[in-house]
Design a binder for this molecule. Structure first.
Ligand code: GLU
Length: 419
């Protein structure tokens, strides 16, 4: 019954990070014990009638880590090897991410172990609706608000919103964020994570006295986060020298035509088949020379095996959990500045917050307002983490975790333990 246990290397890693930060802030041991475990972890069976009329039973998850600061918030991931441990880690990271950004949300994550690329649109819709039905008593605009993540998109959010609304008997746009604008979504949500990465990078580059325009960038993963980040950087005139997806990577030290690459990828093509650039296999890709590396694929990509071989000066974590604690140490010794996930990729959940506020008020903002507020919040967040890291002589990751965990801990103490 491995799937019933939250044990996994990713969860161990999240717990290690929590322990390191808890030690540094001398966190009350009772709070630490509470925060090591999620509030709720739900496993559901999701039977789906497949196109060939057979029934396949998928396994779905929703882990709600902590809601002391507000309703649970976090994405839904459709991914083949998804397990409870990974979802638990991702839920905990959402608690820290929302706390660090100053959002009135707790942390959650969910998903279904499946390969959406192998499923038809009809099968994905059926699976999404049945999964939502299983979660009906556990989610709500004031309880737990899902959003997109790996393998899900606006359309999946629309089906979740519709299923929930059908059960309530009226439209409930505030049940999910990252939904299409036509049904209560917000402008700028799809681009938010990538834009946020760029705003964080602008601050990081500035803090090192470098010029972003002169930096070369390598992007691992060309999904929503990687492709928007690449496009935004290219728009600013920054040279993107390499991009990769699961098929492999392409590299050109003189810069790649990012718009053309993104359009090629959108047509469901493998990046490795892009006609330009040198082809570089998965593992060596991260070791290519660049100033800025942006891992925006999955967890544990930068480990003690390859950290010493990286040739970048800055890492901006578009993905959640791409760097292990062992790699963090090696990178710190090498003088590489790591902008941690809970800071670098917070743009998504920040604009999710704007979407939720707009839905609750039925009053919608312009894209300029969204981007302006996003930039302000990312900049403020980066500066407070940088200041704490200088004061505490800690890495940006440790400083970010210290701030985030302290806020959650303080709120828990104020609210007290109900027993
Ligand atoms: N899935 C995104 C994340 O990992 C966004 C979550 C949200 O908007 O709730 O931060």
């Amino acid at each position: 019954m491995e799937s019933l246990s939250p044990n996994s290397s990713v969860n161990e890693m999240a717990l290690r990070q929590l322990d390191l930060a808890a030690d540094s802030i001398d966190l009350d041991p009772n709070l630490r014990a509470r925060l090591r475990k999620p509030d709720h972890a739900l496993i559901v069976s999701v039977p789906v009638r497949m196109d060939d009329e057979s029934v396949h039973v998928f396994t779905g998850y929703r882990v709600q880590h902590n809601d002391v600061l507000g309703p649970f918030k976090g994405g839904i991931r459709y991914y083949p090897d998804l397990n409870l441990g990974e979802v638990s880690a991702l839920a905990m990271w959402m608690t820290w991410k929302c706390s660090l950004a100053g959002l009135p949300f707790g942390g959650a994550k969910g998903g279904i172990a499946c390969d959406p690329k192998q499923l038809s649109r009809k099968e994905i819709q059926g699976m999404t609706r049945r999964y939502t039905a299983e979660l009906l008593n556990f989610i709500g605009p004031q309880i737990d608000i899902p959003a997109p993540d790996m393998g899900t998109n606006e359309q999946v959010m629309a089906w979740i919103m519709d299923t929930y609304s059908q059960h309530k008997g009226y439209a409930v746009p505030g049940i999910v964020t990252g939904k299409p604008v036509a049904i209560g979504g917000t402008l700028g949500r799809k681009e938010a994570t990538g834009r946020g990465v760029v705003y964080a990078l602008e601050q990081a580059v500035d803090s090192l006295g470098l010029d972003l325009q002169k930096c070369s960038v390598l992007i691992q993963g060309f999904g929503n986060v990687g492709s928007v980040t690449g496009r935004e950087l290219a728009r600013l005139g920054v040279s993107v020298v390499g991009v990769s997806d699961r098929s492999g990577g392409i590299y050109n030290p003189r810069g790649l035509p990012v718009e053309a690459v993104a359009r090629f990828k959108e047509q469901n093509n493998k990046l490795l088949e892009f006609p330009e650039g040198e082809k570089i296999g998965g593992k060596e890709f991260l070791e290519l020379p660049c100033d800025i590396l942006i891992p925006s694929a999955s967890e544990m990509q930068i480990t003690q095996e390859n950290a010493g071989k990286l040739k970048c000066r800055i890492i901006a974590e578009g993905a959640n959990g791409p760097t292990t604690p062992e790699a963090d140490k090696i990178l710190a010794d090498m003088g590489v500045l790591v902008i941690p996930d809970i800071l670098a990729n917070a743009g998504g959940v920040i604009v999710s917050y704007f979407e939720w506020v707009q839905d609750l008020q039925n009053f919608f903002w312009t894209e300029d307002e969204i981007n302006k507020q996003l930039k302000e919040m990312m900049t403020r967040s980066f500066r407070s983490v940088l200041e704490a890291s200088r004061k505490e002589r800690a890495s940006l990751r440790l400083a970010a975790l210290m701030i985030a965990i302290q806020r959650v801990g303080r709120a828990m103490l104020l609210r007290g333990l109900y027993a």
